[in-house]
Design a protein around this ligand. Structure first.
Ligand SMILES: NC(=O)c1ccc[n+]([C@@H]2O[C@H](COP(=O)([O-])OP(=O)(O)OC[C@H]3O[C@@H](n4cnc5c(N)ncnc54)[C@H](O)[C@@H]3O)[C@@H](O)[C@H]2O)c1
Length: 272
């Protein structure tokens, strides 16, 4: 079902690598809802991934930008405003990567150089996107900026490792920058804390299948899919959520409010 929720709105969508990416689904939904936008990803991901296919489907272009590099982000906003014909109304930050997780380092044996990279890529890049947008005055009043987070920001999931610190910082940036940008320009800034989702970033976490299944059994509605996440992102980009800002919004089928479920009790009962 489409509602023209983003008719006339312009934006930037980061992080679409392949058809499993949450950002991929957001792009397809944004197109359906009448938005015009540019896609972007790190140059290396543009070579490996399928983002050009998505650009064709969405009738748009891909602009390479490493989200850790301010000069790349400046170029991205400038090109976006030129090509789309004005200031932006929405930005999606859908970026995460930890070299420590990727290379299987134990939490007690982290390489600090990599820890710093995890923070830079997965959290500080969000601040860089916001600060660059503010300096270039690239976002219209009542614009909306959304980043994707995970409940490991609040609760420990051992194998999530240094990404937990990155997500905690990401959510904190949404509050701090949301306060500033709201006051200055009425721009909204939120994070969505999404269920485990089968994507390249998600399945890169050790034991992902177990916590995907566990979350599915615990959540009364089951895990939220990437498509459902895209719907939620679209609602936050729309004018229907103009007074929502500085929030971490759980999109997890109820997981974050649950202790235990009948399903898990049944599975843990000793077999006769
Ligand atoms: N998959 C899950 O279980 C899950 C759950 C909650 C939150 N999230 C978050 O959702 C977001 C999107 O991840 P996904 O699950 O769609 O996986 P994904 O692997 O499809 O997307 C991650 C993206 O980050 C991009 N990226 C990495 N380094 C970058 C850089 N330096 N500059 C620009 N882009 C860079 C990658 O190229 C990729 O497109 C991430 O923030 C992730 O942590 C995922």
């Amino acid at each position: 079902m489409t509602y023209n929720l983003l008719k006339g709105k312009r934006g930037i969508i980061t992080g679409a690598l392949d058809e499993n990416s949450i950002a991929w689904k957001v792009a397809l939904r944004a197109k359906e809802e009448g938005a015009s936008f540019l896609l972007t990803n790190a140059p290396v991901a543009m070579r490996m991934g399928k983002i050009n296919e998505l650009a064709q489907m969405c009738d748009t272009e891909v602009i390479g930008a490493d989200a850790t590099k301010v000069e790349d982000l400046e170029n991205l906003y400038q090109v976006a405003m030129d090509k789309l014909g004005g200031k932006l109304d929405f930005v999606l930050h859908s970026i995460g990567m930890s070299p420590n997780v990727r290379k299987g380092r134990e939490y007690g044996d982290l390489k600090y150089e990599w820890f710093a990279q995890s923070i830079d890529i997965s959290a500080m890049s969000f601040h860089k996107m916001l600060q660059t947008a503010e300096k270039l005055d690239a976002i219209n009043e009542w614009g909306s900026v959304v980043a994707l987070s995970y409940i490991a920001a609040q609760r420990t999931f051992a194998s999530y490792s240094d990404m937990a610190q990155a997500k905690a910082m990401l959510e904190s940036i949404a509050r701090s920058y949301g306060e500033r940008y709201g006051r200055l320009k009425k721009v909204r800034v939120n994070t969505i804390s999404q269920s485990p989702t089968k994507t390249t970033a998600g399945t890169g976490i050790d034991g992902f299948d177990a916590f995907y299944t566990y979350a599915d059994f615990l959540s009364p509605l089951g895990n939220a899919s990437a498509e459902a996440c895209a719907d939620y992102v679209i609602s936050l980009f729309s004018d229907l959520t103009r007074m929502v800002t500085m929030q971490n919004l759980f999109h997890d089928g109820g997981f974050s409010a649950c202790g235990i479920s009948d399903e898990i009790i049944a599975r843990m009962k000793p077999q006769p």
